[in-house]
Design a protein around this ligand. Structure first.
Ligand code: SAH
Ligand code: SF4
Length: 431
């Protein structure tokens, strides 16, 4: 069979998956292949998967059913490759029931690219036992001023609801000298905003004899050349006072912290094995806000975990009221095979979880609008990143990660100073 020529990538889930897809894309292009913008006529479709919640996993099976149909009716030459977080599960089912051609582990990107580009389809799996190397970050041609740099992969925390430690393995930190060299290269190539990525980015360095996360930020701050640094996702248990001070004192580090709290109830936090209390969390936020009242804070919350009571759910609502997050990713608990909670058959009430989620969304939406409105009339620095939906204006993100529409007299790729005049939904209009 001739080696394939075109590929199409579909990506689900978090920024780490997006960064992994960017690496796979670059590896395939390096090997002479071309990215297509139409899946059904491509030689290869690669689906980079997320299984963190049931809904995400169901969507993958839906997509696989769709591609099986395309193979049968439209393009029998099509090869379907699965990678990402589903790859350590259900390999047999993916191959036999969904006719997936290769199921590749999340850490075998280079070997996967070799196999695809050489047209080697006999072996159907690429498992987790191969060597892992952090891949150089790629500049996305659609957003050439922003880049994501993975500094850790995997997670050892085993929060009881979460399947990530199972599907991505233990945390491994990347050598700081490689990260620094990588960031230097990106900055020299015109990148103005770099986001450091990890499941628990602020636990960086705990597994190796190297810099701490704060020392790494200090080193990177020195080479950002007026560019911006962000980091995702922080775990509250490792969010130290030194880190709060670094966010405030290092000029390149943006005034936005994403700090998932998950619940406002101490009993639920203990059941979740999060290793901090509500009071700890509030104290950490106070370190940031005492010196930087305008800092933007976002979070993740799960409702309906285990036997969460109405009163415990109210504690989560009261935490929202107390902290006033600018943004929050809100979920109802979704049981995941392979997580500690599923292994221990922890019972939960799915209907109550869904009802609580819709209430939580309403409450948070109102708080977020109120919090955001306080920034009307204020100056913001914005990295202009693209054309706005009206096609007449430009759009970008402020240092606080707020979405801002600006006049088209500015240029894409510039960092500009503007004043917010209006809030439409969650987007600011600025002049
Ligand atoms: N490492 C990050 C988050 C990784 S998963 C952290 O610890 O914060 C992203 C988010 O998905 C989590 O913060 C959590 O809110 C949500 N999540 C993870 N497992 C879930 C589950 N089983 N059900 C519902 N939401 C879940
Ligand atoms: Fe999952 Fe907890 Fe690890 Fe985050 S810290 S990836 S929620 S186990």
């Amino acid at each position: 069979m001739p080696a394939p020529n075109t590929f199409f990538i579909e990506t689900y889930g978090c920024q780490m998956n997006k960064a992994d897809s960017a690496s796979i894309r670059a590896l395939l292009i390096e090997r002479g292949m071309h990215e297509s913008n139409e899946a059904s006529s491509s030689d290869v479709v690669i689906i980079n998967t997320c299984v963190v919640r049931e809904h995400a996993e169901e969507r993958i099976y839906g997509r696989l059913g769709h591609y099986r149909h395309i193979k049968e009716r439209i393009n029998p030459r099509l090869k379907v490759v699965i990678t990402g977080c589903i790859s350590r599960f259900s390999r047999e089912r993916l191959i036999s029931e969904y006719e997936v051609d290769i199921v590749a582990d999340v850490y075998r990107q280079a070997d996967l690219a070799d196999r695809i580009a050489s047209g080697l389809w006999e072996e159907r799996t690429l498992n987790e036992n191969g060597p892992y190397r952090f891949k150089p970050s790629e500049i996305d041609p659609a957003h050439p001023f922003k880049a994501f740099v993975s500094i850790t992969h995997g997670c050892d925390n085993w929060c009881s609801y979460c399947v990530v430690p199972k599907v991505r393995g233990p945390m491994v930190s990347r050598a700081s000298q490689d990260i620094i060299a990588e960031v230097k290269r990106l900055v020299e190539n015109g990148v103005k905003e770099i986001t450091l990525l990890g499941q628990n980015v602020n636990s960086y360095g705990q597994d190796i004899d190297d810099k701490s996360f704060v020392d790494l930020l200090v080193s990177l701050n020195g080479i950002m050349n007026n560019g911006w640094l962000r980091f995702l996702t922080s775990h509250p248990k490792d969010f130290s006072r030194e880190l709060a001070d670094a966010v405030i004192d290092l000029p390149s580090v943006c005034e936005h912290v994403h700090l998932p709290v998950q619940s406002g109830s101490d009993r639920i936090l203990t059941l979740m094995r999060r290793k901090y209390t509500r009071a700890d969390y509030i104290e950490k936020v106070s370190w940031l806000r005492a010196r930087m009242p305008d800092l933007a804070l976002s979070t993740d919350i799960i409702v309906g975990f285990a036997d969460e009571t109405d009163a415990e759910f109210e504690e989560t609502l009261s935490l929202l009221r107390e902290i006033r997050f600018e943004d929050a990713y809100l979920y109802h608990y979704s049981e995941r095979e392979g997580s500690l909670a599923a292994n221990e058959h922890i019972e939960y009430d799915a209907a109550a979880a869904k009802a609580r989620l819709s209430r939580l969304i309403d409450v948070q939406r109102a708080f977020a609008a109120e919090t955001l409105r306080r920034s009307i009339g204020k100056k913001m620095k914005v990295l202009v990143d693209g054309v706005a939906r009206d096609k007449d204006s430009l759009i970008g993100r402020s240092r606080e990660n707020r979405m801002v529409v600006v006049p088209n007299t500015h240029r894409i790729g510039d960092i500009i100073s503007v004043t917010a005049t209006e809030l439409r939904g969650h987007t600011f209009i600025a002049v």
